[in-house]
Write a protein that binds this ligand. Structure first.
Ligand code: HEC
Length: 108
């Protein structure tokens, strides 16, 4: 029972952290991040994120991952593949926010 309670608590804390991360990003920065997604990520993942050199970043595929796994891929890249690390340009919160947008799908 204790184990269940503590894992529940961990989940609640994680969700709260994600929600707080999303709340901290200003609308101006959100617009910049969407621009980055379309321009920079789009150069490899396709203008409509439907795939190119890199795989499609559309919701059906993005929902196969946890938000945190996607954020880690964005921050660290995939060593040995053309997917570069974005850590120099994005905070952890911004990567989580972008991952959330990818899972929800952004307007074309
Ligand atoms: C220079 C080309 C390039 C750029 C720019 C790029 N990616 Fe990628 N990305 C790739 C490639 C290639 C893969 C596939 C890596 C592999 O083989 O596992 C990938 C994989 C991914 C994945 C994992 C997808 C999956 O289902 O396996 C995510 C998420 C992702 N990229 C997000 C982004 C985001 C967000 C940006 C912009 C901030 C970005 N990428 C910019 C080339 C790129």
């Amino acid at each position: 029972m204790r184990k269940i309670l503590s894992s529940l608590l961990a989940t609640v804390l994680m969700i709260t952290a994600v929600a707080a991360a999303v709340a901290e990003i200003t609308p101006g920065r959100q617009a910049e991040l969407i621009y980055l997604l379309r321009q920079d990520c789009g150069s490899c993942h396709g203008m409509r994120l439907s795939g190119g050199l890199g795989p499609a970043l559309l919701p059906e595929r993005m929902q196969l991952w946890e938000v945190n796994q996607l954020a880690a891929t964005i921050l660290q890249g995939r060593p040995g593949t053309p997917m570069p690390p974005w850590q120099p340009f994005l905070t952890d919160q911004e990567a989580v926010w972008l991952a959330t947008q990818l899972q929800q799908g952004i307007q074309p």
